[in-house]
Design a protein around this ligand. Sequence first.
Ligand SMILES: [Zn+2]
Length: 367
Amino acid sequence: MNRDTVEPTATRLADGRAILFFGDGGAPSVGVDRRDLPVRPAEPATTIRRDPTTGDTVIVAPARQERTYKPPRSMCPLCPDPDGLSSEIPAADYDVVVFENRFPSLATPAGFVPAPTGGVADPLRVETPGVGRCEVVCFTSDHEGAFAALSPRRARLVLDAWAHRTAEMFARDDIEEVYCFENRGEEIGVTLPHPHGQIYGYPFRTRRTAALLRTAAAYRAERGGDLFEAVVAAEIADGARVLVRTEHTTAFVPYAAKWPVEVHVYPNRHVHNLTELSSAEADDLAAVYLTILRAFDALYGSPLPYIASWHQYRTGAAEGYLHAELFSIRRSADKLKYLAGSESGRDAFITDKTPENIAAQLREAIG
Ligand SMILES: [Zn+2]
């Protein structure tokens, strides 16, 4: 890592889950979780099945049906709770908090050792325990807030928290991929309005990552050089879709954007993950990221539902370039894009806005 690691204050929730407080300054006043929570299972509660026809992975997580669904504000599990009785965060206040998800899609219980598979596996019935890690990241204690409303300093603290978690998860052998993301807006199924994101530590390589790495390896074999560096350079040279270009960061609408609103944000220097950024690069990335999210909300004059998806790779990996992909299903002030036959049935997207047009609209929203 090129800079000092931010060290959180770490403690445990009533059922043993880890919770980490990242502070803007000074130690937070952390209380005690006094809830009577059920004991966590000793074995993973989910499984991972492989689709024998496509090779895709599906996480089967039936217990998640019981997770918290649109609670009233007084019951918000992400608001600070000094009494330690009603929320996940036993503290009078906080800056940024990360904790293990109570209803994880993936979790490796302490001491769990997967049973040896042994023998010849049936290729039509490949099912493995849902090991890995799922964490929740609260961006602010303000229930009504949004990432776009964070100060640059707080946005940077979120990046530092993501970097801390990325380093820890990539150090584990049961995690293949570390994925920081945010789902924002009821339109895309967010069940808790309190501003938060998640981090998944997958025990397998996801399909999208596999596709990116495969394309990058093929590009290197055919053309020499790094695909992602070439993509950023080509966008800068072209200019038609570039939204923001600063000393350390570039944001653009990708050449083949498939969502009605889509922006990719890259650090100018090729790094694999957030832990490799210098302090100046992390500050700049946080600032540009805020600019894009604010433009999203300005686009139609109302909060835009979006997904923010961070791509990270292990330090030293042959391929891969840290970047964020932000996109929305909203195609106008009052219309959503639905994933219908071509998109859902074939993964073949049809877009009615040119990427250059999306870029022009976003440039106007940035002002
Ligand atoms: Zn809340």
